[in-house]
Every structure is written in structure tokens, then in C-alpha cells.
Write a protein that binds this ligand. Structure first.
Ligand SMILES: NC(=O)c1ccc[n+]([C@@H]2O[C@H](COP(=O)([O-])OP(=O)(O)OC[C@H]3O[C@@H](n4cnc5c(N)ncnc54)[C@H](OP(=O)(O)O)[C@@H]3O)[C@@H](O)[C@H]2O)c1
Length: 337
């Protein structure tokens, strides 16, 4: 693709080759194309993290055609910090590139005290997005998600809030996350009846967590909704990093809120070791194979990785060099997942 940069990019000038290698998939039956890899800011963009490292991760991503950055109101720590960090980087680096970016944020988990700062009421969703826009320093996000189902708020109310947000111009598209197949199906129908199609569903999906194969992907395909798989590397377990012990700078050691040491059982490590050998035979890292394995299903629009360094991000992007699996490789992988 030829790039025609007419604006002054300030001190960051994105690579002129950024669209040369990345492949883009249509998100469901929408008009939106998403890169096969997207980058998430759940970790590594909090107030305790190094902002320059975060800047480098985003720059290397965008320089390789990763146009989609995923946030949520409560990413940090503390809550809101990732959006604030992104806001700072956006002002310095990304403003000239706004129209090349797909920014997303979410609300649904606990964000502020009291009954209006969590779950799925119209009150919470609309107020939370207003806060997110202020923290990020943007007029609108491209995708706004309801972050998790709310068992008590009528789905009609939550979906009407998403529709309202699009009509306000504060989001271009809407998504849902962590919804089960039947809820996702109903949410899609409600949104369609309101005139705002559901763009995308964000479920957890990896070689070690395949719940979406039990019906969700079928619903999304039937409804023409895209899918973005989160925690594709099982927060780092589906890489070679824990094969030789517990690295000091790993999420498991450094953070431990969502990834605890008791997860690393000998049985799990045995699986990882075998998968790592298969990846080596394919001439790629285990992280690359774990991402490629998800992308073999065309219903997966994009795989949403996290990275704690630009080097990791580059490694993940390298998955694009080998996305094909032979039947023998798939059979071998199936023994360990
Ligand atoms: N919708 C939801 O409910 C929800 C929930 C969770 C996440 N998400 C989204 O999904 C995104 C990704 O989630 P995640 O961070 O759990 O994804 P992940 O890709 O499974 O894990 C990312 C972690 O794996 C390690 N890693 C990444 N690439 C590596 C490589 N090439 N080699 C070795 N280690 C590597 C790093 O851990 P170290 O820090 O140990 O280096 C990195 O922080 C989030 O940022 C967020 O946007 C959404």
C-alpha cells in the first residue's frame, strides 16, 4: 500500500513500510478491517510501569501495521491509569495518526464506588465512556464494549445504552466481552433491532482455553459478528518463558494479581514443553505458534496480545511468517492442548 503522509508527524514518524506485511481481516460482516494482531494495554501501562517502554511497544506495533489498540476503563493500576498513559502518548505520538487507529475501551467491571460504577446500567456505561474519553484525550473511540454480562440489568437497557453511545458519536462501533453464546445471540438481535449492529465479541481464547469452540464462534458466524481473542498466550504461559523457572521480570513474579504461581503445575509445564518442541520444528517461537494456531480459524478476526517489551511484540508479529499448519502438525498439537 502506498502511504501519503501529508501531515507533520511531530517527533514520531511512523515507518513508511507499516502496511507492507500485516494482513487485515474483515470484522464479521462489517466494513471494518482489523489487523490479524492487535495490542492490549491491560498490563504494562499503569502508573508504576515505565511509560517509555509502553511508548516503544505501541510504536513497534504501529510500525508493523497493528492499527488496533485495546483499552478498558479499569486497566492500570490504578484504575484509569492505562487510559491516562495512553492519553499522554496519544498527545505526543499518535494524534497525527488518529484516522489510522482503531481505539477501543470498555466498561463493565468495577470502576468507581457505589452502585453506578459497575456492571451494565445505562447510567454506568454512558458516564464511564465520558470519563474514558477525557483520560484518553480523544473525541470518540472506535469500539466501545460492554466488558462483561450483567445478570441483573435487562439486556435491552445495556444494548440501548450502546446504541445511544453510537448515536452520540462517542463510539463508531460497539462490542461485547465475555458473553456466553445465548446472551451474545440475544444481544446481537437487540442491537440489530435498534439499528446499531454488533461489531465484535471479545472472548478469552487460547490453546489452553477453548471454550469458544463450544458454540460461541458458531453464533458469531451466524450473526456476522467478528471475534477478537484475548489472552492468547495465557498471559505468558504459552511461551518459553516459564520453561526454565520463574523469571524475575515475568507477570507471574512481578504482578501475580491475575496470574498466580500455582497455575504452573508439572502437567502444564509438560504440555508447554512439548508444544515448544513442535514450534521449534515449525521454525517459530511458541508465542508465534500459539497466535498462528488461533488465526487458522477465519472466524477469529484478530488476536489480542499483550507484551511487556518491544522485543516480545516483534516476536509475536513474527507469527505472520508461518500461519499454515499441516494435518500432522495439528494432530501433534492436539495431543497437548
Ligand atoms: N475483555 C476482557 O475481559 C479481557 C481480559 C483480559 C485481557 N483483555 C485484553 O487482552 C489483552 C491481552 O491480554 P494478555 O496480556 O493476558 O495477553 P497474552 O498475550 O496472553 O499475555 C501477555 C503477556 O505474555 C508475555 N508475552 C507476550 N509476548 C511474549 C513473547 N513473545 N515471549 C514471551 N513472553 C511474551 C508477557 O508477559 P510478561 O509480563 O511475563 O513478560 C505479556 O505481558 C489485554 O491487554 C487486554 O487488552 C481483555
Amino acid at each position: 500500500m502506498k502511504i501519503n503522509d501529508k501531515y507533520d508527524p511531530g517527533h514520531y514518524r511512523a515507518s513508511d513500510t507499516r502496511y507492507d506485511k500485516m494482513q487485515y481481516r474483515r470484522c464479521g460482516k462489517s466494513g471494518l478491517l482489523l489487523p490479524m494482531l492487535s495490542v492490549g494495554l491491560w498490563h504494562n501501562f499503569g502508573h508504576t510501569d515505565n511509560l517509555e517502554n509502553g511508548r516503544s511497544i505501541l510504536r513497534i506495533s504501529f510500525d508493523h501495521g497493528i492499527t488496533h489498540f485495546d483499552l478498558a476503563n479499569n486497566y492500570g493500576p490504578p484504575y484509569g491509569a492505562a487510559e491516562e498513559s495512553f492519553g499522554r502518548l496519544f498527545r505526543q505520538d499518535w494524534k497525527p495518526y488518529r484516522d489510522e487507529l482503531i481505539l477501543s475501551t470498555k466498561a463493565g467491571w468495577d470502576m468507581w464506588p457505589g452502585p453506578y460504577g459497575t456492571l451494565g446500567s445505562r447510567k454506568y456505561l454512558i458516564a464511564s465512556l465520558d470519563q474514558s474519553l477525557r483520560r484518553m484525550g480523544v473525541d470518540y473511540v472506535d469500539i466501545f464494549y460492554h466488558h462483561r454480562p450483567d445478570p441483573d440489568t435487562p439486556l435491552e437497557e445495556t444494548m440501548a445504552a450502546l446504541d445511544h453511545i453510537v448515536r452520540q458519536g462517542k463510539a463508531l462501533y460497539v462490542g461485547i466481552s465475555q458473553y456466553q453464546p445465548a446472551e451474545a445471540d440475544r444481544a446481537t438481535e437487540i442491537l440489530r433491532s435498534l439499528g446499531t449492529p454488533l461489531l465484535i465479541h471479545q472472548p478469552r481464547y487460547s490453546m489452553f482455553d477453548r471454550w469458544v469452540e463450544g458454540g460461541l464462534l458458531d453464533v458469531l458466524e451466524k450473526q456476522g459478528v467478528g471475534a477478537i481473542a484475548f489472552s492468547p498466550l495465557e498471559q505468558g504461559i504459552l511461551t518459553d518463558k516459564y520453561l526454565k523457572g520463574l523469571p524475575e521480570d515475568s507477570r507471574m513474579v512481578k504482578d501475580g494479581r491475575y496470574l498466580t504461581k500455582d497455575k504452573l503445575t508439572p502437567e502444564l509445564l509438560e504440555k508447554v514443553r512439548n508444544l515448544n518442541e513442535i514450534a521449534k520444528q515449525r521454525g517459530q517461537s511458541l508465542a508465534q505458534m500459539a497466535v498462528a494456531w488461533l488465526l487458522k480459524d477465519p472466524r477469529i478476526t484478530t488476536v489480542l496480545v499483550g507484551a511487556s517489551s518491544p522485543k516480545q511484540m516483534l516476536d509475536n508479529i513474527g507469527c505472520l511468517d508461518n500461519l499454515e499448519f499441516s494435518p500432522a502438525e495439528l494432530n501433534e498439537i492436539a495431543k497437548w492442548i
